[in-house]
Each structure stands twice: as structure tokens, then as C-alpha cells.
Design a protein around this ligand. Sequence first.
Ligand code: AHR
Length: 492
Amino acid sequence: HQASLTVDPAFRVGEVDPRLYGSFVEHMGRCVYTGIYEPEHPSADANGFRQDVTALVRELGVPLVRYPGGNFVSGYRWEDGIGPVAERPRRLDLAWRSLETNRVGVNEFMTWAKSAGVAPMMAVNLGTRGIDAARSLVEYCNLPGGTYWSDLRGGDPYAIKTWCLGNEMDGPWQTGHKTAYEYARLALETAKAMRQVDPSIELVACGSSNRAMPTFGSWEATVLGEAYDAVDYVSMHAYYQQHGDDRDSFLAVATDMDGFIDDVIATADHARAVGRHSKRINISFDEWNVWYQSRFVGETNLEIEETPRLIEDVYSVTDAVVVGNLLISLLRHADRVKIGCLAQLVNVIAPIMTEPGGQVWRQASFHPFALTAAHGQGTVLQVVADSPVVETKAFGEVPILDSVAVQTSSGVVIFAVNRSQDTPLSLDVDLRSLPGLTTASHTALFDADPDAINTAAAPDRVAPRILEDAKLDGGRLQAVLPPLSWNMLRLS
Ligand code: AHR
């Protein structure tokens, strides 16, 4: 196969907000306990956080982490997680039917966030709770002192800037699920009170839990119809998996993400027009990943357990290529998608895995994420591509090549996938509008076995490889993308 691309710095999409490379820590399964936090582990620091995990979080390059849920937050009393640890209650978490010991709460999370070099994105409970709990939490976290909650915290304020007004409130599975109008009113009044405590915060309203929700579209329209002025972002969530043996459709799911984002932008801009608003609502894509939900259907109505192993998905080379492609989709919308959270960070559908008391390792999906986060910073440029197509059951004809370019401080980086399962793709890139580029490098993730995975026993079985094929001559780049591959072409 052959494909061509033209990259021109005149065609700017927008600046990459570094928060596009965020992630998510929920009190779910082993994300917190025996994930980021395990005081008994040999690598634990004085606060009980696993330094081997923190080191990989830094290597992953996430600047922002959403916390503490997820479905968990819709039944959470944040006050349970403050004060002397020995006195904290053991609670039944309804979302995952787990025992929550509250050994980690907001203070511990903030200590970890500091050591991992990430900014928090805090969610408030709009399921079982509401305005009062939310405004008290903002007071606890952000006020310097002199009030009940801020004095209880002590020390410097956390200055948490970004807050989520609940989680997936459109979902019938959510504790305290609401209609669009019920949620819109509560979100608006909660937002007002939170801003009255700290006017500098920014707020994310819940959008739809996924594109297939029966209320998708009308939910966003109702919520933004009521709460437009009170919020800054609307959230999006999407999880993808391969169905049966239909790998071609799975490799093309970024086209679904593109369409979903375009739909939400259209709906937000419609609300802007109808309400005569001047600002634009941007997107916080605060949960996305590959998640084989079909593998975990039994994981509801579980026996009540402390720190159960929940949805510990193992990612293959194919999954990693899809994760890289989903990042290409997010980058392509950098003008409107400002926050992204790979869900989740450790153990629970995560790029980082741990064994209790044991080792930590990178899943295959860690690699395209870390490389994109490290090198995909700057201005996104629209690419004009000419690519052969593949016929898919789910999405019809889709291009075999999907790509995006980012102009960086040192040159241009092209992220590209070859969706063909069996045929290499010869790529010709016209870079003549970017004179001065002289060197090219090619890093790719692919494997003779597209189902290859990393495990505790073979933690580096899947890793990116440097290819020596990229040639840059007279403003034209030639490279060959291996079958079923994610690629990064760096030009400087
Ligand atoms: O990330 C796992 C779960 O997926 C989250 O708790 C929820 O928000 C979503 O449905």
C-alpha cells in the first residue's frame, strides 16, 4: 500500500493543552490500594506510596489526574477520608461493592500528586450528595484558612483548579442517577456555590457516558441549556474493544471517537447560539481507553471485598495501536478538547500494572501514550492525506492511514497508524512548506504477533522499536509503516 500526506504550518488546528495527556485514579479495585498506595511495599515512601509506581507515572508523562471517581464518587463522603487514619470509617462502596477503608483520602492523594508531579482534577459527589458537600470540599481544599473546613485542613491550600460536577449522571447504573433536567439544575446550583467559595476554579459538567446512550445529544443540550454560563467544559467518556474477530473495525474505532467529538462540539455550539452566549464550552474527555467490558461481565453484584481485582485488562500490541490512534483523534481536535484522561492509571484498565508486594510493569499501551505525551506538545497541524481504504463492518470504508502532525519547538512530529493487518504502508510526506528540516527518525510499535502482551514475567516483551528507514530529502519524507502499527516520525 502507498499513502501520501501534506503538512503545512499555515493550517493550524490549535495548541495542544498538556492536560490532554491526563489520567484517572478511582477508588476502584487496585488502582489506589496496592496500586499507587501500598505502605507495606519495599519501595513505599514515608507516606505509603509506591515509588516504583510513581516513577512510571512520571515516565508516562501525565500532567493531570482525575480523582476519586468514577462511579465511586457518586456514593462517596469525602469527610470520611480526613482526620486520623485509625478513626476513619470502613464504608461499603456501592459502585463496586467494595470495602473502602479510607486510608487514602484527599490529603493523601494531594501528597501523592505532588510527589508524582501531577495536578489534581477533583470530582464532587452529585449522586447521593450535593451543594453543601461540594462547597465544603472546595473550602477545605482551596481556602487559605480562617474558616471551619480550611482550618481543619491546615497548611497551604491545595489550589485545586479543575472540578468535575459529578460523574456519568446520565447512567442508570449511577448511584443517584438523574434526568438531564434534574442534573442540570443541581450542576448549576452546585457550580454557583463552589465558585462563591473560590471564583478561580473551572468546572466540568457531565456529558453522556458514551455515544450509544439513549439520551446522548439531548442530555448535553439540556445540561448546557441550563448551566452554560456556570461551566467551562462538558465531559465525554468512551471505551472501545474488539468484538469477536472483527479486528478491522476495532482498528478503526478512532473514526467513532472523531464523530463523537464532532457531535458534542456541534451540540455545545448549538447551546451557545440558542443561549446567545459568547464563550465556547470545551471538552474534557475525562475517561477513554480500550476496555474489554465483555471479559468482565461477571464483575457486578460481587461479594463485598477489600481491594478486589477488578477489570485488570491486559493490553496487546493491537490494543496499543488503537490507544495510539485514539490519541491521534484527540490531538486532531486540540482546538476544543482541552483535557483528556486515560482511564485508569494503575491496574484498573491501566497502562501500569503492579503485583502486591511485587513488581511494577508497563503494559503495551503505556508506550504510544508516553511517546505521544512526551513529543506531541506544540501546535497541531491539519494534515491532508491520500490513503487507500479498508472496508469495516462497523464503520464502512475507513482510510488505512490515520495521522496527525504537531509542530514542536524543535520541528515537526507526525503520529500515524497503519490499520492494515497484513500490508506495509509506504508513506510519502510533503514537508516543503517547512524548510529547514534535515533529520528524520522513526519509532514504531508493532509485532509479528499482534496479540503479544507484557506480563510480570516478560515485562518488556512489547516495546517501541527504532526503525532506520525514514529518509528526508528536498522537503519530502519517505518511510514505511509496518502492518498493524503505531508510528512516530520526528523531523528536526
Ligand atoms: O473507569 C471505570 C468506570 O467507567 C468509571 O467508574 C465510570 O465512570 C465509567 O463507567
